[in-house]
Design a binder for this molecule. Structure first.
Ligand SMILES: [Zn+2]
Length: 374
């Protein structure tokens, strides 16, 4: 699980383990298994996420619609951090360029400025769009997607990978084509292939349901198994599977993934008719460098922990080593954060009047109302 609770705050991002513990305010970056683990239909606290993630949560996970508050991409919104509306933060959701509905959160409040990328694929346009364009040197803490944060992880842009995949398909006009997919996120690629090759694709029923929720263009079919281009779940692919399908018809398998980049494993390399094309929804190492070089954050916290394992249980602990960015981080980060009393009371689930005392609360409210011009 890749979630966290931000220290000195009640803000939980992609974190669903605590139900009866301290009070929190929950944010969801995107609808991928490792970010929603523990979030079930019995969840009973408010959640902030994008409009598309809300649709997926309600229709695929059964989360109650009335609990979900949607954030508009690029719009700064106020979220209160206590029960008495004394302390708030400003949150802006930004397109994470990862999978449908995926967002990053820029949060500004008593704790400073925090950017949580969730999973993201960097693109230069992110730095010229208004929200981040003037934030260089102004982000105190960057929670960053470090999935491929290793100099060994070099791969092309998604546009280049898409061109490569289309080239492979066009060079096999009489073959059946099987494309292996892990989960949500490569719909854009599939649509581009369909349009470029002018062919419909067969997708399993479960994928089709998701495509319907996403209102994807009508280039998919879940009934006709005779279509030349078919989508199958990633785990289906094995040497035996490829040999079996080739006994019926000449078939190639395309695996759009960078999962095996930077580790010493090549599970599909020696299988005939299998093409691994480096298509990634996460940033490459050089893209992460570019992102950090622009933002110059005070501190970087990796989202994927050093204890996480890559395929075949191989350690990728070095990818959580953020000291590799020490030449790009800004002024030393000041870790001391004063938690406002009303937020402290909220986190501890205490009554704010008891926490502050009636007179102090009255004075605090008066002072804040004056500051707001009320
Ligand atoms: Zn993801």
């Amino acid at each position: 699980m890749n979630g966290c609770v931000i220290p000195h705050t009640p803000i939980a991002v992609d974190f669903w383990k605590v139900r009866d513990g301290p009070q929190m305010i929950h944010f969801l970056t995107h609808f991928h298994g490792d970010h929603i683990s523990g979030l079930t239909s019995t969840w009973n606290r408010p959640i902030y996420c994008s409009k598309l993630t809300k649709k997926l949560l309600v229709q695929k996970r059964g989360v109650k619609s009335e609990l979900i508050r949607t954030l508009q991409i690029g719009c700064a919104e106020i979220v209160f951090l206590d029960n008495v509306q004394q302390e708030n933060m400003v949150v802006t959701a930004l397109d994470a360029n990862h999978c449908p509905g995926a967002v990053m959160f820029l949060m500004e409040g008593y704790f400073g400025t925090i950017l949580h990328t969730g999973d993201f694929r960097f693109k230069p346009e992110m730095l010229t769009e208004t929200t981040l364009a003037n934030r260089s040197g102004k982000v105190d803490v960057l929670y960053m997607d470090n999935t491929y944060c290793s100099p060994r992880c070099k791969f092309p842009t998604r546009e280049q990978a898409t061109t490569e995949i289309i080239k492979v398909i066009k060079s096999h006009p009489t073959h059946d084509i099987i494309i292996a997919m892990r989960n949500l996120g490569k719909e854009e690629l599939l649509v581009k292939i369909a349009k470029e090759c002018q062919e419909w694709k067969y997708v399993p029923h479960k994928f089709y349901q998701t495509l319907e929720i996403l209102e994807a263009p009508n280039v998919f079919n879940c009934d006709n198994r005779d279509l030349r281009i078919q989508i199958v779940p990633f785990y289906t692919i094995s040497k035996r599977f490829v040999e079996k399908v080739n006994k019926t018809r000449p078939t190639i398998v395309i695996m759009p993934t960078v999962l095996y980049f930077g580790i010493d494993a090549r599970p599909y390399e020696n299988i005939d008719n299998v093409y691994i094309v480096p298509y990634s929804d996460h940033s490459s190492y050089s893209e992460l460098r570019e992102f950090v070089a622009f933002l110059r954050p005070g501190q970087i916290i990796p989202i994927v922990k050093a204890t996480s394992r890559s395929p075949f249980e191989m350690s990728v602990a070095d990818r959580a080593d953020m000291s590799r960015f020490s030449d790009l981080t800004g002024e030393k980060f000041n870790e001391s954060v004063n938690v406002p009393p009303s937020v402290q009371a909220f986190m501890e689930n205490r009554n704010i009047t008891a926490a502050l005392g009636k007179n102090r609360l009255f004075r605090l409210r008066k002072r804040q109302n004056r500051a707001r011009g009320l």
